[in-house]
Design a binder for this molecule. Structure first.
Ligand code: PMP
Ligand code: GLN
Length: 391
């Protein structure tokens, strides 16, 4: 038989699926894959359920149902002061995953360079490569995940077509500052390129950290494709409803990418999300506040157990340095052992790097879980550590 697609043949199953399967096999508490163990708001669920029975279950419009596009535009105005035309500047997709792929497809030609920031979400690199584009990787510097400005500037050149980056950031919990975004905007303008802005955790920020869309900076309105996800904003990760906000000069190509990927997205879920995006400010403030308490609970518990806990100012995640525990092995070994012996699952952070010389002493924990679950996970790790110490 002839070989199948080389890139996909060389790509492993996503770490989130691998670790969730291992958690299930060993009866472990899954703090690996990032999904809440609670459902989103009842009015959103009810709107989607009701929408199944109102006779509108055939293909919805390619760019999304009008009420969701209007709600996305209104949300952009309310939170970021962006004036967006719901007809021509919003596109609904099947999750942020599809949205990111569609945005990359919209601008990249084979041979174009695309700047990516490590640690990076696991779908970015395979998609950039499948499009025949050339990834230019720049690494943040742990433990504070600082942006290495000189290296970032050096990654841009005459062939750069786009940058794809994520803030608030998975897995680091970094929230890009206004100064960092200004620096990025300068590079993007100077090199005449586009930005795909993965902002799925836009409302999940802590300690007063403010999420700033790059799209709001001077000169960036026409260069940015801003991606949101109902999965994160409404704790409904299984719904897979994403939304892209971009200038009308970009949206035609993004829509053509979407028409070739999925064409449309389930109409009842779209209508549920439309209700969600119109919820009052208190809802959006509360999701960050309640997650911050969960972060604090897990961060303190892990620190008390001896982990080095890195700061997280946004997202569902904290990264931890497990070296102080005296574990002899890399992050993959640590996360597997934690799953099989302690019965708690985390994600090895090397999964967010392209090459093998990545830092291999970090494990990522998701804290979007009930308090009792977080407490039980901590108790299990505590018992495991005590047993190891006694051995
Ligand atoms: N980007 C990042 C940074 C993520 O963590 C996720 C996780 N779900 C996604 C994109 C994908 O979002 P969706 O589930 O809406 O496809
Ligand atoms: N975004 C989630 C995470 O980072 C996982 C999504 C997935 O499983 N593909 O854990």
């Amino acid at each position: 038989m002839k070989p199948q697609n080389d890139l996909l043949s060389a790509t492993g199953t996503t770490i989130f699926t691998v670790m969730s399967a291992l958690a299930l096999e060993h009866g472990a508490i899954n703090l690996g894959q990032g999904f809440p163990d609670y459902d989103g708001p009842e009015d959103v669920l009810k709107a989607a359920a009701d929408a199944l029975f109102d006779g509108r279950n055939q293909y919805p419009p390619l760019s999304g149902v009008p009420e969701l596009r209007a709600a996305v535009a209104q949300h952009n105005q309310r939170f970021y002061g962006l004036t967006i035309d719901p007809k021509d500047e919003v596109l609904v997709t099947s999750g942020a995953t599809e949205a990111i792929t569609a945005c990359l497809m919209a601008v990249l030609n084979p041979g174009d360079e695309c700047v990516l920031i490590e640690p990076l979400y696991d779908t970015y690199l395979p998609v950039v490569k499948l499009l025949g584009a050339v990834p230019k990787l720049v690494r943040l510097t742990p433990p504070d995940w600082a942006l290495p400005r000189a290296e970032l500037a050096a990654a841009f050149g005459p062939k750069t077509k786009a940058i794809l980056f994520n803030t608030p950031m998975n897995p680091t919990g970094k929230v890009f500052t206004a100064e960092e975004l200004e620096f990025l905007a300068g590079l993007i303008a100077r090199h005449d390129c586009y930005a795909i802005c993965d902002e799925v955790y836009e409302h999940l920020t802590f300690d007063g950290a403010r999420h700033i869309p790059l799209m709001t900076l001077p000169g960036m309105r026409q260069r940015c494709m801003r991606v949101g996800s109902a999965g994160k904003t409404f704790s409904l990760t299984g719904w897979k409803i994403g939304y892209i906000t971009c200038d009308r000069t970009l949206s035609a190509n993004v829509a053509k990418a979407h028409q070739n990927l999925t064409f449309t997205t389930p109409p009842n879920l779209q209508r549920g999300v439309a209700v969600g995006l119109l919820k009052d400010d208190a809802y959006f403030a509360a999701i960050g506040t309640s997650l911050q308490a969960k972060r604090d609970r897990l961060a303190k518990g892990l620190a008390d157990l001896g982990f080095g806990v890195l700061p997280s100012r946004g997202s569902y995640f904290i990264t931890t340095d497990f070296r102080p525990l005296g574990f002899n092995g890399d992050d993959v070994a640590f996360c597997r052992t934690l799953t099989t012996e302690a019965k708690v699952t985390a994600i090895p952070v090397t999964a967010f790097y392209a090459s093998t010389d990545a830092p291999s002493h970090y494990a990522r924990f998701a804290f979007c879980k009930g308090e009792a679950v977080l407490d039980e996970a901590l108790a299990r790790i505590g018992r495991w550590l005590a047993e190891r110490g006694a051995r």
